[in-house]
Design a protein around this ligand. Structure first.
Ligand SMILES: Nc1[nH]c(=O)nc2c1ncn2[C@H]1C[C@H](O)[C@@H](COP(=O)(O)OP(=O)(O)OP(=O)(O)O)O1
Length: 174
């Protein structure tokens, strides 16, 4: 089968930036995931995050989204991944293609709480509910939760099905 990912990487060389953050407990055994209640990925369990707004840095957006979506103030975090997502069949009026900057949150202030957008819950790192998460998560989330850093690209046929992927472990994520 022809590789289509390089075509998408070239065609969409400038992707919109989005943040995604997983809070991790001090002993590394629990991770906070949340049910997305509206918009893109509605009904899926995911980390916390959203679009970087104009004039905002990635870090500003990370902190703002964490505060807006679960009411906690992020104090310490680490960048662990950068993932490009391409969709083969996006409706012409919607651009789902995006670059997701992935962080682990190490310290925060305030108890995570439910908002209009997300309902958070603590989960065992060893028992991630992958069947309720995005299809790509099983390929990279266990890696970053075990201390690895990754750069990856995924091409989706539709919101449920991956057609191609590329995952590279790196020492530092830009
Ligand atoms: N394939 C995928 N796998 C994954 O694990 N997370 C993904 C993903 N595709 C997108 N995400 C994450 C990134 C980001 O945190 C979230 C999408 O953010 P949204 O588009 O909902 O942004 P906003 O919260 O800014 O939305 P609005 O306020 O509704 O405009 O989903």
């Amino acid at each position: 089968m022809a590789e289509r990912l390089p075509y998408y990487e070239q065609k969409y060389s400038r992707l919109r930036d989005v943040t995604l953050c997983y809070l991790v407990s001090g002993d590394g055994k629990k991770v906070l995931i949340a049910m997305k209640k509206r918009g893109f990925g509605k009904g899926k369990l995911n980390g916390i995050g959203g679009k970087v707004e104009s004039g905002e840095s990635i870090t500003d957006a990370l902190i703002r989204e964490t505060s807006e979506e679960i009411g906690t103030r992020l104090l310490e975090f680490e960048k662990v991944g950068m993932i490009n997502f391409y969709f083969e069949n996006s409706p012409p009026d919607k651009d789902f293609n995006q670059r997701v900057h992935v962080f682990l949150g190490r310290k925060w202030e305030g108890e995570p709480s439910e908002s209009e957008e997300m309902a958070p819950m603590w989960t065992d790192v060893s028992r991630l509910p992958l069947e309720k998460m995005w299809a790509d998560d099983e390929y990279w989330l266990p890696l970053v939760l075990s201390g690895k850093k990754i750069v990856a690209s995924f091409l989706f046929e539709n919101e449920e099905k991956i057609s191609e992927m590329k995952i590279e472990e790196v020492n530092v994520v830009e």
